[in-house]
Design a protein around this ligand. Sequence first.
Ligand code: ADP
Ligand code: MG
Length: 743
Amino acid sequence: MYSESTPLSKVLGKREATKFRTARDITTVGDLLGYWPRRYQSPESNLAAATIGSYIVAVAEVKSATTRTMKARRGRMLQAVITDGTKDLEITFFSAHGHEGKLLPGTRALFAGKVSSFNNRLQLAHPGYSLLSDLDRGERRDLIPIYRAVGNLHTWTVTECVRMVLDLLDETPEAIPEQVLDRRDLMDRTSALRGIHTPESMKEVAAARRRMSYEEAFVLQVALAQRRARQSQESTLARVPRPGGLLDAFDARLPFELTSGQRDVGETLAAEMARDVPMHRLLQGEVGSGKTVVALRAMLTAVDSGGQAALLAPTEVLAAQHHRSITAMLGDLAEGGMLGGSEIGTRVTLLTGSMPTASRRKALLDIASGDAGIVIGTHALIQEHVSFQDLALVVVDEQHRFGVEQRDALRGKATHPPHVLVMTATPIPRTVAMTVFGDMETSTLSELPAGRAPITTHVVPEDRPGWLQRTWERVAEEVAQGRQAYVVCPRIGDDDEPDADTEIFDADPSRGVVADGDDGDDGDDGGPDDPTEEEAPPPRPLASVHRVHADLVANPALAGLRVEILHGRLAAEEKDAVMREFAAGDIDVLVSTTVIEVGVDVPNASIMVVMDADCFGVSQLHQLRGRVGRGGLPGLCLLVHPGVGEAPHERLDAVAATTDGFELSRIDLRQRREGDILGSSQHGVRSQLQFLHVLEDEELIEAAREDALEVVSEDADLSGHPRLAALVAARVDAEQAAYLERG
Ligand code: ADP
Ligand code: MG
């Protein structure tokens, strides 16, 4: 009678439908069925667990009930005693109206409420309850689903609505092919929905969840498999370096030996670019593993073959730095067409959003004419009026900030589909790589170049007397030895939001929940459905670049040191000037936001202090500290946090305990809410992955990937799988919509 696309307004009463829409954005039958119980209550009682202040949910029987007229106010009051056979508990309603007819002795019901005390006896005042006869409708159920309240609709109203919908739901169309259901031992979709909302056992719940998670993984993997299939059909120009060209000249002057990993990856890239099918490769490598050289060699291959290469960086600071360091590494090879430049040389051009019009115009011309063999820029490169003469290779640095669609936009600028290399220093667990970058092949640089000194990390509780001052003294000691320091803060100014370039890690998982803490106290079945949904304490003020800068300048320990600031809101030239001065050693201490998080490479910097380190994610801290210990000097990273009693600092301890980026990224993934790890730019995936746990569901994801390949290889356009085709299309649409919204 109903399908999953039926609007809820056709199914439920107006009040309920409106609540679902406004409180949870639930508008269709399918949305409602996707609103899973947060847990399941067994009908066994736990009245024994009642202590003052605890929140209990318990099945109990009404033992006695009396109403009496109150002296102080009008109306009658209902007092009852409920029991689970071993323990009794008083319940009280100050208005008996609506309850006295229901709570008759002998009635069994599910009660929920916060335990208080009255006259030295424990009681539940105004508990929510639902008669078991209603809940069970005569069926004996071993599990009662408990939903998160929806506006002021209590969990049991949600239960009733879900049941109503389930009762009238037609067999829902199946997206997973029959043989896959069999092979993976998965239940059909309709049974899974029932298994989630009206289970007989936790075993059934688990099987139902597994089926729904699988479906999600499967749809995603089919979309990726289709993408890969399309990509393998594309044809492009093979790009082969010319003997005696730029690459040879560059290799000859390289001041260091490539690591064997760099050589291997270089060979892989060369082989793939030499094919007439576009390369799609993800290069992951620890912070400092030397990805830039690898990418540059591939870019030189592109130029040698007569084409251009574009390097896309996530921030202006990083784009400018790449421009500087690549120009420096190339020397006269980057002065093509200029007096004194190498004959075989090319031009390296920078293009960012905030460039003055004149230089911007010049850059655009160089790009269009092909004079610029290597183009480095921010997302400004993606804009429509940038056109290339012959874009052969696109390199995306620090991919976690770029989405699939952005890659596509750049690819669209080439006459022939370009080869694509994506680099990331955030180690990506295998399953995430399969999920987010499932359309790419992966290479990994696992060794660091020889001669890297280790980074030591310590946690500094600010409330320990003298520790913070000792931290600044350590900074001064490093500077006295000719080294430089970073001080990282989560905010720019005291009244500011965090820097736009800063991604603050939300340490308090309840924060996202407070907004919908409407607990439904006004219904008959009132009572918040979960006692943990309490107000988060007001956030304490976080260290800001301006304040810390002022403090440091005034700090006698740092007297005479050159302390400067850097953040995302400075004008581009200012940022650039500060970074140049820091790179040149003219600044001793750089107080900045996380604009320096990725890729910034100043080998002389040996110490980093991170203020309010507990605001940052594990992987982010790992990235940050990768800025020190780069030049053969041992690195020191001090993670300052407010001290005991504040947010847990296990995260900081974890960062201090290991420098293994892969291990840290697993910790990170586990601590963040699912999907967050995919980063803000992976919005599409995030908003769609409702059930799948990217880390735990490894086996499931692998199975789904295998099955998806099989389905797509037999039926590339899914014409024989209409339901699957519809889900895949919906997912791709949602991703694109999210991309457009973001602009
Ligand atoms: P990341 O992988 O973090 O982007 P970079 O490419 O910035 O690392 O490299 C970090 C530093 O190591 C740079 O200063 C770079 O010149 C240097 N480097 C790269 N490869 C080697 C190598 N094989 N031997 C020595 N130093 C290297
Ligand atoms: Mg880098």
